[in-house]
Each structure stands twice: as C-alpha cells, then as structure tokens.
Design a binder for this molecule. Structure first.
Ligand SMILES: Nc1ncnc2c1ncn2[C@@H]1O[C@H](COP(=O)(O)OP(=O)(O)OP(=O)(O)O)[C@@H](O)[C@H]1O
Ligand SMILES: [Mg+2]
Length: 410
C-alpha cells in the first residue's frame, strides 16, 4: 500500500474490500497470514486517521468562514432555480423570496437594469409555480403603444376598430390559468394603467368593442428597468396599481454589484456557446479574463453573454483581448495588457483563505469525480448532495466532468 498517494474515502473502501476478500477466501490463518492482514489493517488505520484530520480541519475552516457555508446551504435549498446561475448573497436572498412567493398566486414585481435577468427570473418563477403546466404569456408593454396595447392585452371583437375583421383573444385570456408577464411595465400609459387596475381588481376583462365581461384567472408577474416607486411619487405611475403589483417586489442587482459571479457566468456561457456553436469550450487568456472581471458591464449579464458568444465564434482554442468587440477593446498600452498574472504584494488574509478554500474545493471535486468516473449523478448520490448544485460547483471551479469519464476498453 502506498501511503504517499492521496488518501480519500475511495482508497479506504478499496482497502477494506481487499481485507474482506482475503478473509472470505482463506480457509485457515497461519502466523504469516495473520501478520499480513495486521499490516493491512494498520495501514487502513493510518488512512482513516489522515481522513479524520482532514475532516476536522475542514470543519474548523467552515466554522471560521460562515459565509461560504451558508451560501452553500442556501443554494441547495434553492435547487429548483436551476436555470438561474449565480451565488451572490444578494441574488440568493432574492431567490429565497421568490421561491416562497412562486407557489402562491401573488403578483411579483421584478425590478432591475436592462440585462440583469428579469425575464429569466419570471420564467423560472412560473416554472416553479402550481401553474407550470399552463401557458406563460409575455407582453412587452414598451413595444406596443396606446390602444394597440389595450387590444393586445384584452383582445377585441370584430369591427371594434378599422382592420379588426374578426374577434381576437387578448393575452390575458391566453394566459388563463397560467401566468402573464408584463414586461417593461414602466412604459404603460396612464389610460392603460387604469384598465389594468380594473382587471386586477375584478378578475374580469372586456374585449375592446364589447361590454361583456370575461372572467380570467392569470397570475401576474411584471418587470421594469425604471424606478416605479419614484415614478409613483412623480405621479407618472398610479399608486393603487403600484401597490397591487408590488406585493412582492425584488430588485435584481446589476452585474457590477455581483462581480463574484462573473467567473461562474463566464464558464456557464462558454459551455453554453460551445454546445450551440458545436465546438469545444473556448479558453480565455489570463489578460482577457482579468479584463472581464474588471469591466463594467453596462448591458449586464446579456452583455457578458454576448461577449462570450462572440469570442466563442471567432477565436480558435484560446481567446484574447483582440477578440473583444472593438468598442470595448482596451488600447494596446492599457493597464489591462498584462501577459502574466500580477504578483500579489501584501495580500489580505481573507483573500488568501478564499483562494485556498477554492483550491481545496477544486482538488476535492476532481478527486471525487475521478473516483466516480465523471458521473455527476452517481457522485451527487454518494456525497448526499443536490445534483444541480454539485453541477454548479463543478462548473464554478472550471472543471470539465467529461474529462473524468472512463474510456471503454476496446
Ligand atoms: N443568472 C443568470 N444565469 C444565466 N443566464 C442569465 C442569468 N441572468 C440573465 N441571464 C441571461 O442574460 C440574458 C438577459 O436576461 P433577461 O432577458 O432575462 O434580462 P432582462 O433583465 O429581462 O433584460 P431587459 O431589461 O433588457 O429586457 C438572457 O440571455 C438570460 O438568459
Ligand atoms: Mg426583459
């Protein structure tokens, strides 16, 4: 037995198996036989001691670094939100709120700058609601003006206006028993605000040109990149409508306030783009990665996603600054152009701990994946972890699980 090889539970189990089979097949034990088994048991004891030291060390680290552990636990709870990547504490808080609200029929208002994931979150809420098997109907209130929006939302009857040659259902009716997502709600006219309020209060709509009331049961989600509260104080948005729609209100933080998620999102989009473009995931040069980690994404996650798709399309194996869109590419003499990783002088203990625990986590995951032959489902079972969370961790640490798949013998 080689004690210098890294000890893990797989090794211990393997050695236990060896001892068990030696004992199972032996008919009688002589002194040398007993001696051999004793040696094996002693080595096993050593291994277990090493493992228990590692475990105790891990527990101490966890107790000291409360934040990563609580993030981990919270992420596990939020496993249903698989499509939304990120583990920034602010985002997790939002996911916790909407996960509870998703199961109810309460309206939810999602605020946030353009590209922060409002529509994605609305879809995820619907997918995690009791209405998930029913339609999710999205209406871009900013793109349709005045009376056209009214007809879009509530439908019209034949002859209601020029060109209305037949009856037409509106989006509220289409969303019956499902969810209607009112995107860019801040753009809706005062007139339509009144009509919307009436529907929310009565649960009935009237098609344009008709006096008949039709009952609708649509759960309302709304999103805006404007500050509705301020618009309300400026009398640009009705107070009654605001309070009706914002029973649950969450604000998605811009990417510059959740920079800790950029590496995770980069990996996620690199994989996504690789799959869509039928190529292997593009690698990022150190200076390109540094640039992206520091860049202020005005277009938020959408901008990051577009950049990754662009570089995945035009770069070969390794993408560099030259593959960035010209508008944002740093000048050749810029400070971003550093070939080598910067030497950290006077590092902070927190940073060192973060790096060390990240490395330890990566090492642990690689070892486990290796033992599981790259099978994430089996590994999740083995570690008693949620599969999607484990998958997120693996991606976050930049590990390619496929590289651990065992080749079949020819
Ligand atoms: N947390 C996330 N994980 C993975 N992808 C994300 C995340 N957030 C946003 N995206 C992706 O970023 C893009 C923009 O998201 P989305 O359209 O939901 O933003 P938005 O806030 O509705 O933007 P806008 O205000 O411009 O309509 C989409 O491609 C979405 O899939
Ligand atoms: Mg949107």
């Amino acid at each position: 037995m080689n004690l210098s090889s890294p000890t893990n539970f797989a090794h211990v189990l393997e050695h236990i198996e060896i001892i068990r089979s030696s004992l199972r097949w032996v008919s009688q034990l002589d002194r040398p036989g007993i001696q051999k088994i004793l040696e094996q048991v002693n080595t096993l004891r050593e291994e277990i001691l090493v493992l228990s030291r590692v475990e105790r060390c891990r527990q101490t680290l966890t107790e000291e670094t409360v934040e990563p552990m609580s993030v981990l636990q919270r992420r596990q709870v939020l496993s249903a939100f698989e499509g939304v990547f990120g583990d920034n504490p602010k985002l997790l808080e939002i996911l916790e709120t909407v996960e509870k609200a998703a199961r109810t029929d309460l309206p939810i208002l999602i605020e946030g700058e353009s590209g922060t994931g409002k529509e994605l979150l609305a879809k995820v809420i619907h997918a995690n609601s009791r209405r998930s098997g029913k339609p999710f109907i999205s209406v871009n209130c900013g793109a349709i003006v005045g009376t056209l929006l009214e007809s879009e939302l509530f439908g019209h009857v034949k002859g209601a206006f020029t060109g209305s040659v037949k009856d037409r259902k509106g989006k509220f009716e289409a969303a019956n028993n499902g969810t209607i997502f009112l995107d860019e709600l801040g753009e809706i006219s005062q007139e339509n605000q009144v009509k919307l309020l009436r529907v929310l209060e009565s649960g009935e709509i009237q098609r344009v040109g008709s006096d008949d009331a039709i009952c609708v049961n649509a759960r309302v989600l709304a999103a805006t990149n404007r500050n509705l509260y301020q618009m309300m104080s400026e009398k640009k948005f009705r107070e009654d409508l605001y309070y009706r729609l914002s029973v649950i209100c969450v604000t998605l933080p811009p990417l510059r306030e959740r920079r800790d998620e950029i590496p995770l999102l980069i990996d996620y989009f690199c994989d996504e783009a690789a799959e869509k473009l039928n190529r292997s995931p593009v690698k990022l040069s150190f200076r390109l990665r540094q640039f992206l980690l520091n860049y202020s994404f005005r277009g938020n996650i959408r901008e990051l996603r577009n950049i990754i798709y662009r570089i995945s399309c035009i770069a070969d194996d390794m993408a560099d600054l030259k593959h960035l869109p010209e508008l944002i590419r740093p000048a050749p003499d810029s400070e971003h152009i550093n070939e080598n990783p910067p030497v950290v002088t006077n590092p902070k203990i927190d940073e060192i701990r973060k790096i060390a625990s990240g490395d330890a986590e990566k090492h642990f995951l690689e070892e486990q994946l290796d033992a599981a032959g790259g099978n994430i489902t089996a590994l999740a079972k083995h570690l008693n972890m949620n599969r999607s969370y484990l998958h997120t961790l693996i991606k976050k640490r930049g590990i390619n699980p496929k590289s651990f798949k065992r080749r079949k013998n020819p």
